[in-house]
Design a protein around this ligand. Structure first.
Ligand code: GLP
Length: 239
């Protein structure tokens, strides 16, 4: 694992956006693995700016990590809507090449369909990952099988609490999601993990310096040969 510590969250997001831009410049038909969450919002803002300055995503294929079960792609809290809002609708990506798991069909069917697409278009050239406060990657919560493929996962209380800020009061928050599995993520050729803020410091330390264990799904990344962890000083504080 390579670790890059930046003074600020903005600097960390800038490096992540630069690596994605370099990947697409180098290989316009790249298969990109994309992530959602608050951490990624500045990354997509920077990529939108790069698009304004000429970076094209027209030949890229994208796969997002996860989607809530029970939400259709046009639901305001769905991850497809997040991606539309923060990235897809602002750039020249071909909508039919921008994949997310489907939350509006039976989860088993959606999982099988997604894994088939990943096998067809993969391997992912560059996978962007965030990190949950409990060490999750995608929605692979602690105790997920390290050999898992795309499937439905129940979300833990800590993840539900952390993500409740995105839901309005009284709005139903899904308690399960379809997520690429840990083995699906490990198939990527190269992985970037972006984590910022002191709320991620324990998870960052466990991911990098702890044992490889399903208690901290991010720790499996120690077994991948091409991982860059990009953090700010607050997220690096417990290393
Ligand atoms: C969600 C997503 C993850 C993301 C995590 C961190 O749980 N499924 O892919 O990494 O949140 O989110 P945030 O960046 O908002 O802390």
């Amino acid at each position: 694992m390579r670790l890059h510590v930046h003074p600020t969250p903005e600097d960390a997001a800038t490096e992540a956006a630069n690596l994605i831009a370099a990947q697409v410049t180098d290989k316009p038909s790249s298969v990109l693995g994309l992530a959602t969450g608050g951490t990624m919002e500045p990354v997509y803002a920077l990529l939108r700016d790069k698009h304004e300055s000429g970076l094209s995503f027209a030949d890229a294929v994208t796969f997002n990590l996860d989607e809530y079960v029970g939400l259709s792609g046009d639901h305001p809290q769905s991850y497809r809507r997040y991606m539309q809002h923060h990235f897809f609708k602002h750039v020249d990506i071909c909508q039919s090449s921008a994949y997310l798991p489907r939350g509006d069909i039976p989860p088993e069917e959606a999982s099988e369909e997604y894994e088939t697409l990943l096998q067809k278009f993969g391997p992912i050239d560059l996978q962007l990952l965030g990190l949950g406060r409990n060490g999750h990657i995608g929605f692979n919560e602690p105790l997920s099988s390290l050999a898992s493929r795309t499937r439905e996962k129940s979300l833990t209380k800590s993840t539900l609490d952390a993500n409740s800020r995105f839901f309005n009061a009284g709005e139903r928050q899904p308690t399960t999601a379809i997520t690429m599995g840990i083995a699906s993520i490990m198939d990527a050729k190269r992985i970037i993990v972006l984590a910022v803020g002191d709320g991620k410091a324990d998870a960052v330390a466990a991911m990098i310096e702890g044992p490889v264990t399903s208690m901290c799904p991010g720790s499996i990344l120690q077994m991948h040969a091409q991982v860059t962890v990009i953090v700010d000083e607050a997220a690096a504080a417990k290393l």
